[in-house]
Design a protein around this ligand. Structure first.
Ligand SMILES: Cc1cc2nc3c(=O)[nH]c(=O)nc-3n(C[C@H](O)[C@H](O)[C@H](O)COP(=O)(O)O)c2cc1C
Length: 322
């Protein structure tokens, strides 16, 4: 398949992995790129540009295929503006294929990245933001419906409405994310105007993802109605309903300013420990509604190839209707 996304990144299939703080690593990233998609590592889990460079080199030792880096540009207790500057500088020096931004616009970095031949994309949850990033000179837009894992924009618009509206508004290539798990969702996204898809939660339930089997099996057990939007006092997130999400909701409904307590409750340290131990109740797991359609743990190669095969069959079935 050839689309504006396969052309942009020089990849075989228009399937890319979204940033997942504390979940992505060199191994998962390389497995996705080796399978013909675009793997990704997440800059914000490193403390300095040099730590990120070491992770990029780790991926390069595993694959010579293109891969990307997610940079979540948001005010952070841990990452200073200087460290964010270093993240971008290192990505330009290491000539990664793509930088996937979420949060603030990365306007000041775009000339440096383009000079280095690095593509820059931005994840948006609103048509107005898609139009803005096109004006700023980004190479592609990632349209994130409210179904997505992580931090959906609090406009709360679903992929089925947001994606075609963005496609009618901008001329740059489009990736669809939020609810993307297989060939049926990919075919739908292509019909709605996307040039490719981004999946995240789907890749956690893969052989190559390092997280504990108890968490991967949980993804198979969970349903589409097992996540909820929470954490509105800091930044809206979608998480699996568990005791930690319930605690955050309780803190937020007390009428007091509990933001520090909320931040502690959803801290990355709890998540890392839970992903390692398999404890389903000791952290907030920001999985997408896509969990309702993930039924098997398999290799990244199978995830990508099965998606392509099913996408083609779905489009063929639709074509036969006419
Ligand atoms: C565990 C997890 C962590 C995530 N962390 C980030 C992140 O650090 N930065 C970011 O831009 N998006 C993050 N996301 C959002 C994904 O990149 C992607 O937009 C979204 O999950 C797509 O929906 P899906 O998971 O249903 O495929 C995260 C998603 C998950 C599941």
């Amino acid at each position: 398949m050839k689309t504006r996304i396969t052309e942009l990144f020089g990849i075989k299939y228009p399937i890319i992995c979204g940033g997942m703080l504390w979940v992505t690593d060199a191994n998962l990233c390389a497995a996705i790129s080796e399978a013909g998609g675009l793997g990704c590592i997440t800059a914000d889990q490193y403390n300095s540009g040099e730590e990120l460079r070491a992770a990029i080199k780790e991926v390069k030792a595993l694959t010579d295929k293109p891969f990307g880096v997610n940079i979540t540009l948001m005010p952070s207790f841990r990452i200073t503006e200087e460290v964010f500057d270093d993240f971008f500088k290192v990505c330009a020096e290491e000539k990664v294929a793509n930088i996937e931004i979420s949060g603030q616009f990365a306007t000041k970095y775009i000339p440096m990245l383009h000079e280095a031949g690095v593509k820059i994309t931005h994840k948006v949850g609103a048509v107005r933001h898609a139009a803005k990033i096109e004006r700023l000179g980004y190479d592609a837009v990632i349209v994130a419906g409210v179904e997505e894992g992580g931090h959906p924009l609090n406009d709360n618009v679903a992929t089925t409405v947001l994606l075609p509206k963005v496609a009618e508004t901008v001329n740059i290539p489009i990736l669809s994310t939020g609810g993307m798990v297989d060939g049926k969702s990919m075919a739908a996204a292509l019909c709605l105007g996307a040039d490719g898809i981004m999946m995240a939660t789907r890749f956690i339930a893969s052989n190559e993802c390092w997280v504990h089997e108890n968490i991967k099996n949980w993804i198979l057990e969970l349903n589409e109605n097992d996540t909820e939007l929470f954490c509105h006092s800091l930044l809206q997130a979608r998480g699996v309903k568990n005791s930690i999400v319930a605690k955050v909701k309780e803190l937020e409904s007390s009428g007091e300013d509990n933001r520090m307590e909320v931040a502690k409750t959803v801290s990355g340290q709890h998540l890392i420990a839970a992903l390692k131990s398999g404890d389903r109740e000791s952290a907030a797991f920001l999985f997408g509604q896509s969990i309702g359609r993930i039924h098997e743990i398999k290799s990244c190669k199978s995830i990508i190839e099965d998606t392509m095969t099913e996408c083609e069959a779905t489009i063929a079935r639709i074509s036969n209707l006419f």
